[in-house]
Design a protein around this ligand. Structure first.
Ligand SMILES: [Zn+2]
Length: 239
């Protein structure tokens, strides 16, 4: 699998919101700034046929509106399936209401049978050649918040989404060939992980760190951990 890091920043960082692309077709999270970053990285956004939204925070799903708009403007024919937590559809509708109130009949224009939103409690689904499996992570009071495992040809890539350290994170790192983990805070709290937890987890498996603030990025650089890659926007890996 090809893994492309689209964004690796937390909301406080200059890097784009955390997002990753697998094999040019599966996008994990589509928060603020992601669509423009996809363009900068010369990704054909219309080749994306699956989007997975980990949880309903702005930096993880607000750019869905732009992506749906661009598909509509360009009369894109291939289908797009957007997987996300309960209330995703309502939230995207609300974004259109606020942001593009002049556009009438949004249902007809934007959800014309080519773009669909699938809300789930848990997922263990075959999508094209991939198996998508969700894990329930802990992200403060934001419930549900999901992590994701993408599997193809016996290889697994894990994504923490936003999470504090919890059993699901151990499960990801222990079961995946590579885990893309968030590290937003200098110290672990109820919402996010910090560099010390990344250090502990690195004993269990290979990690790419994302969703970093500038200070956690600096801290991780100083720690120079084995088994840990500090993600940069645009990095590409083959697993
Ligand atoms: Zn969040």
């Amino acid at each position: 699998m090809k893994l492309q890091l689209i964004g690796t920043g937390s909301i406080t960082a200059p890097q784009t919101s955390a997002s990753a692309l697998i094999d040019d077709s599966i996008l994990v999270d589509c928060g603020t700034g992601v669509v423009k970053e996809l363009m900068k990285q010369k990704v054909n956004i219309f080749d994306i046929d699956t989007i997975f939204i980990t949880h309903l925070h702005a930096d993880h799903f607000f750019d869905l509106t732009y992506l749906i708009l661009l598909r509509s403007f360009n009369k894109v024919k291939n289908k797009l399936k957007i997987y996300g937590p309960e209330n995703l559809k309502k939230s995207v509708d609300a974004l259109f209401e606020i942001g593009y109130a002049d556009l009438k009949n949004i249902e007809k224009i934007f959800f014309d049978g080519k773009t669909s939103i699938v809300e789930f409690d848990s997922l263990n689904e075959k999508v094209n050649d991939y198996c998508l499996e969700t894990v329930l992570v802990k992200h403060g009071k934001t419930e549900p918040s999901f992590g994701l495992i993408v599997q193809k040809d016996g290889k697994k890539i894990g994504f923490s989404g936003d999470s504090c350290y919890c059993e699901a994170i151990d499960y990801l790192v222990e079961n995946c060939n590579l885990s893309v983990l968030e590290c937003s805070m200098p110290y672990n709290n109820a919402d996010h992980m910090g560099p010390e937890i990344i250090k502990q987890l690195s004993a269990k498996g290979e990690i790419i760190v994302t969703h970093m603030s500038l200070s956690t990025r600096e801290q991780l650089e100083k720690m120079n951990l084995e088994n840990v890659i500090i993600g940069k926007d645009g990095d590409i890996f083959h697993i």
